[in-house]
Design a protein around this ligand. Structure first.
Ligand SMILES: CC(C)(COP(=O)(O)OP(=O)(O)OC[C@H]1O[C@@H](n2cnc3c(N)ncnc32)[C@H](O)[C@@H]1OP(=O)(O)O)[C@@H](O)C(=O)NCCC(=O)NCCS
Length: 179
């Protein structure tokens, strides 16, 4: 998920996006500890190639991590619970995905199982439809990542293909442009 390019041209950061329970916004310095927790979590990275080392993150993560167009912090009651990533799939991705907007999502385990990811991703996709109307969105996830596949289906993604990469079977889904 880290080899895409950002979603230019979009105006960034947008005004915070409010849903029933959550706020989506650009990252800030106060999110750094939550980013370290997210990126160092073995549970979060079970299907993502493994976590990063906490001490390396402590040393190397910028003061304001992951502040780029298409990277949303998801906040619940004023505290970061996850990240949503929308960026352009690069040449390293599947031919069917290259150049398209690609959705990714990472939530802290304590926030799983409450529908927060679905609520936040739906809001991010609404934002995307507003700033880049008529564009499809792709999503890649391991077929073993059952929770992620369920979420993708809820968000309107359907299968384009399955392929083998990074030592696992992968699923490429597409959400058609919203007319
Ligand atoms: C993938 C991931 C975001 C899914 O999180 P999630 O919390 O399961 O997803 P949702 O927001 O769709 O929540 C769904 C669950 O909340 C439950 N739920 C509880 N209250 C709810 C509510 N008010 N509204 C909707 N769902 C609710 C649903 O019943 C559902 O449970 P189920 O999966 O047991 O059926 C999370 O597992 C994660 O961050 N994984 C690590 C990162 C990763 O693998 N990312 C994928 C690659 S990009």
């Amino acid at each position: 998920m880290s080899d895409g390019i950002t979603l230019h041209p979009v105006s960034w950061p947008p005004a915070p996006i409010r849903t029933e329970r959550l706020v989506l916004r650009a990252s800030e310095a106060r999110d750094r500890a939550a980013f370290i927790e997210l990126l160092a979590s073995p549970e979060v990275h079970t299907y993502l190639g493994g976590p990063r080392q906490r001490d390396e993150l402590e040393r190397e993560l910028p003061g304001v991590p992951e502040r780029w167009p298409g990277s949303f912090v998801v906040e619940l009651d004023g505290v970061m619970i996850g990240q949503i990533l929308l960026r352009r799939a690069s040449q390293r991705h599947r031919p069917a995905a290259v150049g398209k907007a690609d959705l990714g999502y990472l939530f802290l385990p304590r926030a799983w199982g409450s529908g927060y990811a679905a609520e936040a991703c739906a809001a991010a996709l609404d934002w995307f439809d507003g700033v880049l109307p008529g564009e499809p969105v792709v999503l890649a996830t391991q077929t073993a990542n059952v929770g992620s596949l369920r979420l993708a289906a809820k968000l309107g993604f359907t299968e384009v293909e399955r392929f083998h990469a990074w030592d696992a079977e992968q699923w490429l889904g597409l959400r058609p442009p919203v007319s």
